[in-house]
Design a protein around this ligand. Structure first.
Ligand code: CP3
Length: 356
């Protein structure tokens, strides 16, 4: 039961009938929008926007004012958790996130704080509460967190990495230390997602951006096992709140991800969604999987690619249209408008059932 005016996204997550395929985009609020760039300049920094509920709310709503998207995602970042655990997050223009402190040994692990989401991360909960009110039940609001493995890569490397040399060294030389770090992140992340749901998030997504760099065995041990615990404990807290798991580059592990009990899997663009559906579609909904670079194409190209993904998924509910990863800052907003319209228009033929 929901009072939402548009609950297509939540229905598709539960694989219940819908009139059209719902669509939202990862990073739908961000630098490709001129109004975002303007507000960021005015407010001074990305982190300031995340930490000021009114600004986070405004940015969350920006893409919805332009496009008939079927969901909003709270404007925040996966690195709020390590910041609240004491690593002191900063963003260096052109270089991305940088932490003043990192986790490298037993002392730095012990020094980590275990933040209370309603104290140290209250700004996120307030952003959710403010945004829920401002949305006036138009569309659902998605909450999110990074997977423990993905968040750990930033905490150990001190920022973004191409090689993951420090965390891989830790994985082979001090696996027990890494496991303890993942335990701590898992505990905080579980409470964080539960608090987001209590504050009003209608669904939650776990971004495992770097799970795909692991071997099959290491993925099961260092990433999936911890996401499993989060899924169990979030479901225990709120049985009906849908949980989406997204491991970028994790296509080979879809079956394992589907058995966690999550409600949907995010798909990057390297998979064929038809094959993905036949592998796991009776267990979970699927979200994705347009190549983000497709938005460099003209409107006809975008329409063709949308048509192809919709046809490959085929008839029936259980698909949430999205990109296979975040939208990049060099995309023109008009392309997003064309994409969203194409999904709504061309998907109707796949949903011929009567919706009550
Ligand atoms: O999707 C949305 O619109 C919600 C907001 C959101 C952001 N980050 C805002 C953001 C979400 C869901 C994230 C998740 C996130 N953050 C991930 C996982 C998803 C993914 O993209 O793989 C990761 C790995 C991060 C960490 C992070 N945050 C990095 C590596 C960077 C720098 C790279 C970049 O794109 O600039 C960020 C910054 C960031 N997070 C920006 C935004 C809008 C850009 C900040 C700016 O310069 O204005």
């Amino acid at each position: 039961m929901t009072n939402l005016q548009n609950d297509r996204f939540l229905k598709a997550l539960r694989r219940e009938p819908v009139d059209k395929t719902p669509v939202w985009l990862m990073r739908q609020a961000g630098r490709y929008l001129p109004e975002y760039r303007k507000l960021r300049e005015k407010s001074g920094s990305f982190l300031k926007m995340c930490k000021t509920p009114e600004l986070a709310c405004e940015v969350t709503l920006q893409p919805l004012a332009r496009f008939p998207l079927d969901a909003a995602i709270i404007f925040s970042d996966i690195l709020t958790i390590p910041d609240a655990m004491g690593l002191e997050l900063g963003f260096v223009t052109g270089e991305g996130p940088k932490f003043n402190k990192t986790v490298s040994d037993v002392e730095s692990l012990r020094a980590l704080a275990m933040p209370d989401p309603e104290i140290e991360l209250r700004y996120v909960m307030n952003a959710i509460r403010t945004t829920k009110q401002a949305l006036t039940q138009r569309v659902p609001l998605i909450g999110f967190a990074g997977s423990p493995w993905t968040v750990a890569t930033y905490m150990v490397e001190g920022g973004s990495s191409k090689t993951f040399s420090k965390i891989n060294k830790m994985r082979y030389q001090s696996p027990a230390l890494l496991m303890q770090l993942l335990e701590k992140i898992t505990t905080v992340t579980t409470q964080y997602l539960q608090a987001q749901i209590a504050a009003g998030a209608d669904a939650v997504m776990i971004f495992d951006t770097w799970g795909g760099v692991l071997t099959t065995e290491a993925y099961a041990q260092f990433s999936l096992a911890f996401m499993q615990r989060i899924v169990d404990d979030v479901k225990h807290f709120s049985e009906n709140t849908p949980i989406i798991l997204f491991t970028k580059g994790g296509g080979q592990w879809l079956e394992k991800m589907a058995t966690t009990g999550c409600h949907a899997l995010g798909l990057d663009w390297t998979l064929d969604i038809n094959q993905a559906r036949s592998r796991v579609g009776s267990k979970v909904a699927l979200q994705g999987n347009l190549e983000p670079a497709c938005l460099h194409g003209d409107e006809n190209v975008i329409r063709q690619q949308v048509a192809s993904i919709l046809a490959k998924y085929g008839s029936g509910s259980g698909h949430i249209f999205n990109l296979g990863h975040g939208i990049t800052p060099d995309i023109l907003p008009e392309k997003v408008a064309a994409l969203v319209d194409a999904v709504h228009e061309m998907s109707q033929q796949y949903h011929q059932v009567t919706v009550s």
